[in-house]
Design a protein around this ligand. Structure first.
Ligand SMILES: Cc1cc2nc3c(=O)[nH]c(=O)nc-3n(C[C@H](O)[C@H](O)[C@H](O)COP(=O)(O)O)c2cc1C
Length: 356
């Protein structure tokens, strides 16, 4: 089957077309990647490509408890060790750069960090904190143009340092309602400067960031994740220029030679309604390069279906949690272990590195 064949991702040699989706697992005590995480990723290195969990390039972007960062010496050392572990097991690993923006409780942030977003629009609802349990999200401060530049610099610095440490590439997290998507969606971006308003302006922060990051390490080591029509973290789902904005992004990102566009299907596991248009195809046609799709894949046939449908790589998330040797199991049609949802975001090895 095609999904089990090697694939060149703009020069990164993958052993197969199965991608381990980014999965936040909250094991990075003090926001620093550790030996336990090295073991976890090494166990899963038979994925063609691992996209490691959302990792903040900035103290301001560490919205979740025990989410890893990539801006201190210790954090970069941690990622270096993880890259070594994955490479020793013949795998490849990108790190997903995720700035949570307004999806934050200050209790999860280090001292002197603050909640920033395109506009000062409060996300209703609560999130988990280690110190006080469930707490309301904190209202963000609208980013100034200086904040925009310094945040982009943080993305560039994290990217450079990760790649220097041996990580194979980075993915910009522009999905699921975090900072980058907060710029795209008119519900969370009501700016009146060149970063708000029409779709080209709302795409500007992402395109500038992508441009700076690709200038630093080359487009072939950079991917991006989008969740069009997504509603997670109170995003709009549909809005009037949604097709225009994603078409424009795909065309502009193609010019930067990005390694891939990764499209989350939030109809799976995240309660989004049916897509109003075939947005995945629109993005593929406009981008022309590699596109990763997936969601709810539990068999080789399901994965192969996406490749036969014209997409390039297939992401799989939750099954990788409970099946470290997932690729082998898919090949042999072995029954998959079901993940324990109660240990998705706990702090230790239980439900993390102890799956057979
Ligand atoms: C525990 C958990 C953590 C997740 N963390 C992230 C994340 O850090 N970044 C991201 O883009 N998506 C994240 N997702 C979404 C997954 O990458 C994936 O899109 C989703 O699980 C659907 O795929 P699946 O049906 O194969 O699990 C997470 C999902 C789960 C279940």
């Amino acid at each position: 089957m095609k999904i089990f064949e090697p694939y060149s991702l703009e020069g990164t040699k993958l052993n197969n077309r199965i991608v381990m989706a980014p999965l936040t697992r909250c094991r990075a005590i003090d926001n620093t990647p550790n030996e336990l995480m090295r073991t976890y990723y090494s166990q899963r290195a038979t994925a063609g490509l691992i996209i490691a969990e959302g990792t903040s390039p900035s103290a301001n972007g560490l919205g979740y408890a025990r989410m890893p960062g990539a801006y201190t010496e210790a954090q970069i050392e941690g990622w270096k060790s993880i890259a070594e572990g994955v490479h020793e097991n013949n795998g490849k690993i990108f790190v997903q750069l995720m700035h949570t923006g307004r999806v934050t409780s200050v209790l999860n942030l280090p001292e002197n960090a603050e909640v920033v977003a395109p506009s000062a629009i409060h996300l209703q609802g609560e999130m988990y904190t280690d110190s006080k349990g469930m707490q309301p999200h904190d209202k963000p401060r609208a980013m100034t143009q200086d904040d925009i530049i310094s945040t982009q610099d943080e993305f560039v610095n994290a990217t450079k340092r990760l790649v220097e440490s041996g990580i194979d590439g980075i993915e910009l997290h522009s999905a699921n309602g975090y900072l980058l998507e907060q710029f795209l969606d008119p519900k969370t971006n009501v700016r009146t400067d060149v970063y708000g308003g029409d779709y080209k302006n709302r795409a500007r922060f992402i395109l500038e960031t992508a441009k700076k990051v690709t200038a630093a390490i080359g487009g072939s080591k950079v991917g991006i994740r989008f969740s069009p029509y997504g509603v997670f973290n109170d995003m709009s789902g549909d809005y009037k220029d949604i097709v225009e904005i994603y078409t424009y992004l795909a065309e502009e990102l193609a010019k930067l030679g990005l390694a891939y566009i990764h499209i989350v299907d939030q109809r799976v596991a995240m309660n989004a309604p049916e897509f109003a248009t075939d947005i995945q195809r629109t993005i593929k046609n406009a981008f022309k390069g590699n596109v990763i799709v997936g969601g709810n894949v539990h068999s080789a046939e399901q994965a192969e279906h996406f490749v036969n449908d014209g997409y390039d790589l297939v992401y799989i998330g939750r099954p990788f949690i409970s099946n470290p040797s997932l690729v082998e199991k898919l090949k042999t049609n072995e029954e998959l272990a079901v993940p324990d949802y109660d240990t998705f975001y706990t702090a230790d090895e239980v439900g993390y590195t102890d799956y057979a």
